[in-house]
Design a protein around this ligand. Sequence first.
Ligand code: FAD
Length: 370
Amino acid sequence: MSEDLLIVGGGAIGCAIAWEMAGEGWKVRLLDRQKPGAEASWAAAGMLSPSAEAPHLPPLVPLARAALDLYPGFVEQLESIAGIHTDFERQGSLVVFFGGRANHTQGEFLAALARAGLDGEPLTGEEARRREPSLNPEVAAAVWFAEEASVDPRALGRALRAAAERRGVAIEAGAEVFRALIERGRCRGVATAAGEISAARVVIAAGCYSAAIEGVARYAPTRPVRGQMAALDGGAARPRTMIRSERGYLVPRPDGRVFAGSTLENAGFDKSVTAGGLRKILNGAAEIAPSLENAVILETWAGLRPDSPDHLPILGPTEIENLSIATGHYRDGILLAPITARLARAWLLGQPPEVSLDPFSPFRFASPAP
Ligand SMILES: Cc1cc2nc3c(=O)[nH]c(=O)nc-3n(C[C@H](O)[C@H](O)[C@H](O)COP(=O)(O)OP(=O)(O)OC[C@H]3O[C@@H](n4cnc5c(N)ncnc54)[C@H](O)[C@@H]3O)c2cc1C
């Protein structure tokens, strides 16, 4: 029997959409070419920080703010259905500045944020250290974001999959989709190694691999951007808030670990952890919080962010009837998962979206269909 909705990709984005639409009573099938949730969504740091990309990507701000507003309700519902704790915590975040030009850079950062429609609280170095004693004494200025939060991305993935399955979503591992089946301007399903699968609607949420699916690249010309990470045993003097500097960031976890990140590298689909990448992360971490110089390294890993040519997500229907796209979330897919699910529900049900989809249209890269 044909599904109402077939989703390609079982990361945070695909699973959030599956869960949302199963909640509408739709029959949903999700295909992943490997174990779902083992790609970017597994590798993320879990920061839920609208301020992080705001200065460079102002169109993202309405989406990011709406996502952060949705998060407490989103995780509460997921946790109660799945019985899995996601470690959502609103611990706030600090952006810190070093050196003689710190006040100037702080001012420029606040001005860029204001242009993007966000504000933060300016702090002196001293005020920042009162809030976060682990900070380097050389931090000369900072900006505080009280609302920002974090989540454990791996636990979130487990919770999303379990909650989706409880709502009846059929999740299949080891099912690689090669092609969207397009005939006379309509998508009727997908082609896999095991044969064709029909569905009334298809959503492509295959992260940085979306462009490799035949028929999809013209709407979703995704590319991978590698990010390396390290988990440190933070010790008693570990940071309690999230902290970002020009050279890295720290995300403290409730269990005492501190995630240190990250690199932004064009390394193709290679997920290696490299000496140079780790050196950069660890130097950045110790510059922010010098006590981490002695921290034990617990784990290192790398993942591939799904980037798009303008670094904005690609969301919405294409001109191929019944084929839509939800990818390109780049550095913010964990934050944006709940709002992406809500927007997908709107376009799939033909309702108005709660945030304008115009900046994220899958048409913006495409030449007209042949
Ligand atoms: C190091 C790092 C740190 C990050 N930190 C943060 C952060 O702090 N906050 C934040 O919000 N975001 C962060 N991100 C970004 C975030 O991880 C991504 O934007 C998000 O996970 C993208 O989710 P996704 O579901 O689109 O993609 P993915 O999680 O990559 O999932 C795509 C899925 O599609 C499957 N797939 C691919 N091709 C096919 C196919 N042909 N057929 C079937 N299945 C297929 C894959 O197997 C995979 O399971 C970070 C990313 C990295 C790498």
